[in-house]
Design a binder for this molecule. Structure first.
Ligand code: NAG
Ligand code: NAG
Ligand code: NAG
Ligand code: NAG
Ligand code: NAG
Ligand code: NAG
Length: 364
């Protein structure tokens, strides 16, 4: 089992021998509509609002800025923030995209969330649709192609700074979404679309089969030009089908993901292709307001990262031993109710919902 809490132990291990340091993240508000409490995430359309970049002037605007677009002036502003920042402070813009609709999303709508959570999500599919490591639906493909057209329009109309590096979750719906979103764009030859697959960008790991990833060989065969990070295991060692990652364990690995990228990647503009739950977790770590993304939506976040020369403040170590099982039914529920005890699961013939009867599925 991969130990998600290891960096805390490392820090205490070196304490007293060398100066340990940690990175403190914050969201710089005032540039994007999504940072503003008044923006309604449910109805927000990133394609109708220039990715949410607020129309305004910056103190760094050149005297005659008429020919420059908002994104060009924003890029100059971010360059100035970095140039003026102390050595231990970095500003980066993360474009975080949620995958387009997958078969698991369609099935959750089809069955309703309680019945989905209590029963259907634990199966690989229902005979007509498959949702273990779900693929995109037609609608999901359209959402990714819409993101592609929108990027193209931003490149032409706004001369937007395109990502210098790309990272994606290893789940199929993200591998495909990233490909459809960034293929065929006039990207600078210096920064081609060659994403790196990161285990820690995957969705919160529930018992649902849509959270179990495929093996490395299969991923490589499907997307042979993608990079796979060092240490990526052949089989999924995290998904058990029995217990689910808690949100504090997820936030800890999101922090580890950011630490990894912020300490190794000098790019200012970075793309993540990930999931609703994982992007929500990254937003918590960044101190961004809650901003749920619709399938296929993208949120830019200007991040300030400050390296602090001291051991990280200790927090509860949230390793895999803190993962919890969720109640479920072994036959389709007769009824299910939102909320309430047992996750709303009301099983056939009044059977009590069970916690851990599922054997971990053999990795394949
Ligand atoms: C936005 O809302 C949060 C939560 O309600 C609140 O804590 C925060 O102060 C608000 N921010 C602004 C700028 O109003
Ligand atoms: C956001 O929009 C949705 C859909 O129109 C609406 O139901 C919800 O009440 C709005 N939220 C807020 C905080 O205004
Ligand atoms: C900024 O202005 C342009 C046109 O002047 C408009 O199309 C765009 O939606 C505006 N952006 C925002 C975030 O208000
Ligand atoms: C299986 O689920 C899909 C939704 O993902 C639904 O469209 C289809 O009708 C379901 N099949 C059966 C046999 O219920
Ligand atoms: C990647 O996207 C391109 C452009 O949409 C498409 O032609 C190609 O088939 C995709 N490749 C895979 C493996 O999905
Ligand atoms: C990897 O996964 C694919 C697709 O599920 C499967 O066909 C293949 O046998 C697996 N390979 C290994 C080495 O387990």
């Amino acid at each position: 089992m991969v130990h998600l809490g290891s960096f805390l132990l490392l820090c205490s291990a070196v304490h007293g021998f060398a100066a340990a340091s940690y990175i403190e993240y914050s969201t710089v508000a005032g540039y994007f509509l999504q940072d503003d409490n008044a923006t309604n995430a449910t109805t927000f359309d990133y394609t109708a609002t220039n990715f949410g970049l607020i129309n305004q002037s910056y103190p760094t605007d050149p005297a005659n800025c008429a020919p420059l677009t908002q994104w060009q002036r924003f890029a100059m502003h971010v360059a100035a923030l970095n140039a003026q920042a102390p050595r231990n402070v970095d500003y980066k813009l993360l474009f975080m995209g949620r995958h387009g609709e997958g078969w698991h999303n369609a099935a959750e709508s089809f069955y309703g969330t309680p019945a989905w959570n209590c029963y259907w999500s634990l199966l690989d599919g229902n005979g007509t649709a498959m949702w273990s490591d779900a693929q995109l639906t037609e609608n999901g493909i359209s959402q990714a192609l819409k993101a592609n057209s929108f990027w193209l329009s931003r490149i032409h109309e706004q001369k937007i700074p395109t990502p210098e590096t790309y990272y994606t979750s290893p789940l199929s719906r993200c591998l495909t979404t990233a490909n459809l979103t960034f293929s065929g764009l006039p990207l600078p030859p210096k920064h081609p679309f060659i994403p790196t697959i990161k285990e820690k960008l995957r969705e919160g790991i529930s018992e649902h089969t849509c959270d179990r990833r495929s093996n490395k060989t299969y991923i490589h065969d499907e997307f042979p030009w993608y990079e796979i990070e060092q240490g990526f295991s052949e089989y999924d060692e995290l998904w058990t089908g029995v217990t689910a990652e808690t949100s504090s364990a997820q936030d800890l690995r999101s922090k580890q993901l950011l630490d990894d990228i912020f300490s190794s990647d000098r790019s200012t503009y970075i793309s993540f292709t990930s999931h609703s739950g994982e992007i929500a977790s990254i937003l918590r770590v960044l101190g961004h307001r809650t901003f749920p993304l619709n399938t296929g939506a993208v949120i830019p976040v200007l991040v300030r990262a400050e390296t602090v020369e001291s051991c990280a403040p200790s927090s509860t170590v949230s390793d895999a031993s803190t993962w919890t099982p969720s109640p479920h039914c072994t036959l389709p529920p007769v009824t299910s109710i939102s909320g309430g005890a047992n996750g709303g699961c009301v099983c056939t013939n009044g059977a009590a919902p069970v916690l851990t009867t599922l054997a971990p599925a053999p990795t394949q």
